[in-house]
Design a protein around this ligand. Structure first.
Ligand SMILES: *[C@@H]1O[C@H](CO)[C@@H](O)[C@H](O)[C@H]1NC(C)=O
Ligand SMILES: *[C@@H]1O[C@H](CO)[C@@H](O)[C@H](O)[C@H]1NC(C)=O
Length: 758
């Protein structure tokens, strides 16, 4: 589920914070501009048809979708959206926008979808779309665009669709679309194009569809058009519109499909050559070509089933010479098209057909669209995919890091090899790798500078190795490193000092090592750290000051360690902590002030911690009593299960607190013996304690065992927002994702479509 990440994309240090924020009940979310409708669950803000003259300034920072259609904004100034950095969708249709100033969208590094249709924009400036490093769809239809300045799209490396239909473009200059490294479809229909510079479409290596219909590209006297050996994959509707054209040569291209009206506007066509393409199906374009006498389909993998019957019937009827052979199914494979009779062109049941197709495609050799010189660079004993930019040498018993990967590689998967030692500069020439997998490589040492040059690296997986320490400059040259996996190694101490060179580090995973202590200043350099995972170590002591450098820590997992007390003092500066996990420690006692955010308390209080804490996991400890939890006013998840709680007056504060909050508190009495196994909430001993008189009296009728009191109480809305959603947020993105997608915005949108493995 990661992740595709452009090399220039920087995950903002607020990521996890925002994630966690998304779990906050609606009531806590705040700003909503007066003229707008805000949905604080979906994080959308809608201000449609409000005659707004500017982007409303008071939009909540955490907004994800902003809909401003139908306003009167006229001009988008530089930084117009700098207050809403988490936007993924922005709709600006019908806003009378004349000018998009340079840098107008700067800061919108997560934006995926931008619609500027139906405005009056006439010039696309060089920096109009700066900063949109995740953008996938850009719609500028129905404006007045007549000029595209060089470099206008140079930052849109993830764009799939650029739509500029119904504008005033007259010509396309050289390199106009430079930088669109992932563009699939370029729509230029309904302009006034009459001239395309020779290099107008240079660099569009991934384009599969180009729409140029309804333009001024008329060549009225042309009778013969030779387009052979152009790497075009699709012929759109009415794309060839030349009244006198008789010969059209489109052979040796990369056509995978053509619209049934592709040549409709060329009714004089006699000879059409579409040989040596990738056509499996032939659309009934021939029906609008009355003069066609010769159709060359040789070298296409034509599938001779019922879908081909119209073509064959037409060719018999109109005496058209068909060239080419069937590419399948098996019993017709290699047969001349002319020799196959319509009755033989049958379709099996849908299921059988699907199966046949699948087998067919599995047999297919690498797409012949790739000319040999385009083949992606790949070291021996590895597999490299050009379209996904994934390279893998997983489980191949390499003893040295292979070299010679394509410089475009985005994901490099080397897990399961036997490297033992990673020397410096082990990854030259792969500056665009975003995700590097080195799990299970028996690594005992990584030399300083091992990763230098990997400027785009965001995810580094060094889990399940044999590391015991890290050299101070091990992560040198990784300015974007954000997620670092070091779990399941052999660290006996915290690898202190190694994080000085990773300013972007947000999450550090060190579970299942043998770390015994957290000493002062271990996080020097990792000032932006949001999540620290230390579950499953042998930590018995956390020094005061151990975590002071990471003042923004959101999540601290210390479960399954050997702590005998809550590390109160070490947490005293962790004022932003929202998720503290202490389960599975031998904690016997939590100080009465542990969670009381009282200024002036002894330094053992968790000053500032209380109101911020949203989840507290204390299950599986040795607690007989629980301190006053009243300061934890925003707690959404608490787990006290598997503690030997003593249900007597000292536990009254917990019982009172449970009465007050609308939370499922997993707390069960262990003592006295007659109350063992009863829920703390359901026993009535507390009413007899001083201060417990206000607790509800036991029901006067003996309750039927089937229906416990409170069982019909409506489920608090809040619980919907907590446990189910919190867990996945705090877990990591799946290890391997298609790099065709933008970085999972805050991990959150990183769900199925982006995940191709694991
Ligand atoms: C916007 O302006 C138009 C024209 O002045 C007016 O008719 C319309 O009511 C205005 N809409 C709003 C929401 O103010
Ligand atoms: C740590 O080890 C435990 C027990 O083997 C396992 O359940 C857990 O998934 C491991 N966690 C990580 C992050 O490796």
């Amino acid at each position: 589920m990661l992740i595709t990440v452009s090399s220039t994309h920087t995950l903002r240090p607020g990521t996890l914070w925002v994630l966690l924020l998304l779990c906050i009940p609606a009531a806590l979310a705040s700003k909503c501009p007066q003229q707008c409708v805000c949905d604080q669950i979906q994080l959308t803000v809608t201000c449609v048809n409000r005659n707004l003259t500017q982007v409303p300034p008071a939009v909540d920072e955490i907004t994800v979708k902003l809909d401003l259609r139908g306003n009167d904004i006229q001009e988008l100034p530089t930084g117009a959206f700098k207050h809403t950095p988490y936007l993924t969708h922005l709709s600006l249709q019908r806003c009378n926008i004349r000018r998009v100033k340079e840098g107008a969208f700067r800061g919108l590094g997560r934006l995926v979808f931008l619609n500027l249709a139906n405005n009056n924009v006439d010039i696309l400036y060089q920096e109009s779309f700066d900063g949109l490093s995740s953008l996938k769809q850009l719609m500028i239809d129905r404006n007045r665009v007549e000029e595209i300045q060089p470099g206008a799209f140079s930052q849109l490396g993830f764009l799939n669709l650029l739509s500029l239909t119904h504008n005033h473009l007259v010509y396309i200059p050289n390199m106009a679309f430079q930088g669109l490294q992932n563009i699939k479809w370029l729509r230029l229909s309904h302009n006034s194009l009459n001239y395309l510079d020779t290099e107008a479409f240079a660099g569009l290596l991934t384009l599969t569809r180009l729409s140029l219909d309804h333009n001024g590209l008329q060549l009225p006297e042309l009778t013969r058009l030779e387009m052979s050996y152009n790497p075009m994959a699709y012929l759109g509707e009415e794309v060839v519109s030349m009244a006198k054209l008789t010969h059209l040569l489109l052979d040796h291209m990369s056509l995978q499909d053509m619209s049934s009206t592709a040549v409709k506007k060329s009714p004089s066509l006699i000879h059409l050559d579409i040989s040596y393409n990738q056509l499996r199906v032939v659309q009934p374009f021939f029906e609008s070509s009355p003069k066609l006498a010769r159709l060359n389909l040789a070298g296409n993998p034509i599938y001779c089933n019922c879908y081909l019957r119209p073509l064959r019937e037409w060719s018999i009827r109109s005496k058209v010479k068909l060239l080419g052979t069937c590419g399948g199914p098996a019993h017709l494979s290699g047969e001349n098209l002319q020799a196959v009779y319509p009755a033989e062109l049958r379709c099996q049941s849908q299921e059988a057909m699907l199966k046949a197709e699948l087998e067919e495609s599995a047999r297919m050799t690498p797409p012949p669209t790739l000319k040999p010189e385009d083949k992606v660079k790949c070291p021996a004993n590895c597999v490299c995919e050009a379209d996904t930019h994934h390279s893998s040498c997983e489980n191949r018993a390499h003893t040295k890091v292979p070299r010679g990967f394509s410089p475009d590689t985005r994901l490099l998967d080397l897990r399961g090899n036997n490297f033992h030692y990673i020397p410096s500069n082990s990854f030259p020439g792969v500056a665009h790798v975003v995700s590097l997998h080195l799990q299970r490589c028996k690594i005992t040492e990584v030399e300083g500078g091992a990763f230098s040059g990997m400027k785009g690296l965001i995810y580094l997986y060094l889990s399940e190795n044999d590391l015991t320490s890290l050299s101070p400059d091990v992560f040198k040259g990784l300015p974007q490193l954000t997620y670092l996996h070091l779990e399941k190694n052999r660290f006996t101490g915290f690898p202190k000092g190694a994080f000085k060179l990773v300013p972007s580090l947000l999450a550090l995973r060190l579970e299942n090592n043998s770390i015994a202590k957290l000493e002062p200043d271990i996080l020097t350099g990792a000032e932006g750290l949001r999540a620290l995972y230390l579950t499953g170590n042998v930590i018995d002591h956390v020094s005061p000051g151990a975590l002071d450098q990471a003042g923004d820590l959101d999540a601290l997992h210390l479960g399954a360690n050997r702590l005998s007390e809550v590390p109160t003092e070490a947490l005293s500066k962790a004022g932003n902590l929202r998720d503290l996990r202490l389960s599975g420690n031998p904690i016997r006692w939590v100080g009465p002030n542990a969670f009381r955010p009282l200024g002036g308390m002894s330094q053992t209080s968790l000053a500032g911690l209380g109101p911020g804490l949203r989840s507290l996991f204390l299950e599986g400890n040795q607690l007989e009593e629980v301190p006053n939890l009243h300061p934890l006013t925003f707690l959404e998840v608490i787990n006290l299960a598997d503690n030997p709680l003593m249900c007597d007056c000292p536990l009254l504060p917990l019982r009172m607190w449970i009465e007050k909050v609308n939370l499922k508190v997993r707390a069960t009495c262990a003592n006295p013996p007659e109350l063992r196994g009863r829920k703390v909430k359901d026993v009535h001993v507390f009413r007899a304690c001083p201060g417990g008189e206000s607790l509800p009296a036991p029901p006067t009728v003996t309750p039927k065992p089937a229906k416990a009191p409170g069982a019909t109480k409506p489920k608090p809305i809040r619980s919907l927002l907590t446990s189910p959603s919190l867990q996945p947020l705090l877990s990591f993105p799946a290890r391997c994702c298609s790099l065709k997608f933008h970085p999972c915005p805050g991990l959150l949108l990183c769900s199925a479509p982006c995940c191709i493995r694991h």
